[in-house]
Design a protein. Structure first.
Length: 292
């Protein structure tokens, strides 16, 4: 099941893999398949398309970049109200890693994807060569998290037009320059049976997030166990990961490196893909250089 009819111009996934419990996971990839694999995991409400620019740059630098839609997002299958949560996403990640002929991979995760990667590595659920966490840490700001929730919860019945969708995005991201056309929105929404435009994620995923009081502690415990190269990337304008939250993580993981991307908010790769990719590639060239 999915959100609705795909709009014309929505890119088809290059790969479709089987995740935990038979969930179909849509994915794209860039670069040489023989290069070091770099798995890119998006944030809640995003899709694999948020990584396209970074994936292309990583591929050009000699890496094999893979971005997949998390369950309940984009072109991946929905899982139902009881089918979400970090453990299932970690299990999906293990399935994606199993599809690779060269591993262990580098894990790059933004927000929800970064938390998934942190749990997966910190709890020794998967093996990785390096970890890049993008605007996420055990300590985040409640106001920033609430703003995300408000954005994702608006218009559950759908939007009347793509122009209305664009306006909602612009209000959430006022710092971004508005696109000249609405063509790029095709990959962000679906056309529902009622004729309205709805987001590309399963609303049951939102309903299932009732709050786990032990979740932040679980992330902190996972951070305590990190013994691989780690890079924390923060958007300089982020209201989700504050400078204090970033510094707390760096004190907790003393060997972690830090990159602050100016003029970027929580969606760091989308706001400043050039600077984001440069920071990640500069780190990876030192800790996991390309082969050949």
């Amino acid at each position: 099941m999915s959100a609705g009819e795909r709009l014309p111009g929505t890119p088809e996934p290059r790969h479709v893999w089987t995740g935990h419990g038979g969930i179909r996971l849509a994915a794209d990839s860039w670069g040489n398949p023989d290069g070091p694999p770099v798995i890119l995991m998006h944030g809640g409400g995003q899709t694999r398309h948020s990584w396209r620019g970074a994936g292309q740059r990583l591929g050009a630098a000699g890496y094999h970049a893979i971005a997949f839609d998390a369950r309940g997002h984009g072109d991946s299958d929905w899982a139902g109200r009881d089918g979400y949560g970090v453990d299932r996403m970690v299990a999906d990640l293990g399935c994606v890693i199993g599809e690779l002929e060269t591993f262990p991979p580098v894990l790059v995760g933004a927000s929800m994807g970064g938390a998934t990667a942190l749990v997966a590595v910190g709890e020794r659920r998967v093996e990785a060569r390096a970890l890049v966490m993008v605007d996420i840490a055990p300590r985040i700001e409640a106001d920033g998290r609430a703003r995300i929730r408000h954005f994702m919860d608006q218009k559950p019945e759908g939007f009347d037009s793509l122009k209305e969708v664009a306006e909602a995005i612009a209000q959430y991201q006022p710092h971004r320059k508005r696109p000249r056309t609405l063509d790029g929105l095709a990959k962000n929404v679906r056309l529902a049976a009622n004729g309205k435009y709805v987001w590309h994620w399963d609303p049951a995923r939102r309903l299932s997030q009732v709050g786990d009081p032990g979740y932040r502690q679980r992330l902190s415990d996972a951070a305590d166990s990190l013994d691989l190269p780690v890079l924390l990337v923060r958007g300089g304008m982020s209201d989700v990961l504050s400078e204090e939250g970033a510094r707390a993580f760096l004190e907790q993981v003393p060997h972690a490196e830090y990159a602050r991307v100016g003029n970027a908010a929580h969606m760091v790769a989308g706001d400043r893909n050039d600077l984001f990719a440069q920071s990640v590639i500069r780190f990876l060239l030192r800790v996991v250089p390309p082969t050949g």
